[in-house]
Design a protein around this ligand. Structure first.
Ligand SMILES: [Mn+2]
Length: 346
């Protein structure tokens, strides 16, 4: 048996050990993130929200996630073809465009999950949650959905006062509302895949009467801004997790509308509502969701650089979106360090 290790093979072993350690860190400390851009705006009337994916990337999202130990794969932006003759169905606008865009997105999110990543969908408007949730569920089965938003986005096509599908997304995927959804062109692919008991809202403060009725009818768990005020964000997150994980721990789909945050922080969005979450409350939600270890897909939607009055307003909105996503993947305000860090010795 050779007990003599040459200098050369010793170094090789050390390199091997280091690269294994490095591999280990990327495998366990950081997560594997798959980013999909969905530059789509037809779920609402204001142009500019289709620029969301590119401005969020330009603010350094990929680099920041990599710096905190994530393995990141960018799947690029989806391409949505023009849909001609997309006349309203009743009051509902751009049904065919929203239907086909979400079918494409559903397949893309399904593929990202099949590749083993946590899916990050950069919108685009919130109608994209339909395809994102659908594709996520197609890949992993039953989900918990945490919907952080000023709005409930749970109008059915028949209750919607505006006809904009970004205010209806949740109704398309909820099993309990299936019988209330009319047959719509380019939506034949969709299967309701979320149960009302697996849904929690945080941040609501602009809810239509019809939506309020639906939330009460289905007994959906809601932490409106009143509950955030009453309980504080720490108890809201504690109760959210207790509620969702009391029986089975299902993978989490976090659908984050940037308008959940107060417009003093994130003004560059289509439907700002005063009285929202502070930056700190918004980030705390992501830290707590990350800590569950169950986060499986995230939507970051409604960032609209054309809705900012100044460059600073756009900046503040976009950098908050990036910070929220970093919080989803392990960034802590107390600080972080790689698990294999060693203090340098003199
Ligand atoms: Mn929304």
């Amino acid at each position: 048996v050779c007990v003599c290790v040459s200098m050369r093979s010793a170094r090789t072993l050390r390199q091997l050990a280091r690269s294994l350690h490095h591999h280990h860190r990327h495998h366990h400390q950081g997560r594997s993130v798959g980013i999909i851009g969905a530059p789509f705006c037809k779920g609402q009337p204001r142009g500019g929200v289709e620029r969301g994916p590119d401005v969020i990337r330009a603010a350094g999202l990929l680099h920041k996630l990599q710096e905190q130990g994530c393995a990141v794969k960018d799947y690029g932006n989806l391409v949505f073809e023009e849909v001609v003759d997309d006349e309203p169905i009743g009051r509902v606008k751009h049904v065919r465009a929203v239907g086909s865009a979400n079918q494409r997105l559903s397949e893309a999110v399904h593929a990202v999950k099949r590749d083993g990543h946590t899916s990050v969908m950069l919108g685009g408007d919130h109608s994209l949650a339909i395809g994102s949730i659908h594709g996520h569920s197609a890949a992993v089965g039953e989900l918990s959905v945490i919907w952080v938003d000023a709005h409930a986005d749970i109008n059915t096509p028949l209750t919607s006062p505006t006809g904009n599908i970004h205010g209806q997304s949740m109704s398309y995927v909820l099993r309990e509302l299936q019988s209330k959804i009319p047959v719509l062109p380019n939506f034949s692919w969709i299967r309701p895949c979320v149960s009302a008991k697996d849904l929690v809202y945080i941040g609501l403060r602009d809810v239509d009467p019809e939506e309020h009725y639906i939330l009460k009818l289905l007994g959906v768990k809601v932490f409106s801004m009143s509950e955030v005020d009453q309980l504080g964000i720490a108890r809201v997150m504690e109760e959210t997790c207790d509620y969702l994980f009391s029986k089975v721990k299902k993978p989490i789909h976090l659908s984050y509308d940037i308008d959940a945050i107060d417009p003093s922080v994130t003004p560059a969005t289509g439907t700002p509502v005063v009285g929202g979450l502070t930056y700190r409350e918004g980030v705390y939600i992501t830290e707590q969701v990350c800590q569950t270890g169950l986060l499986s897909a995230v939507d970051m939607v409604e960032v609209n650089p054309l809705r900012g009055q100044t460059e600073e307003e756009v900046q503040s909105t976009v950098s908050t979106a990036v910070d929220l996503l970093c919080g989803c993947f392990g960034r802590l305000r107390e600080g972080n360090h790689p698990s294999d860090y060693r203090l340098p010795e003199p």
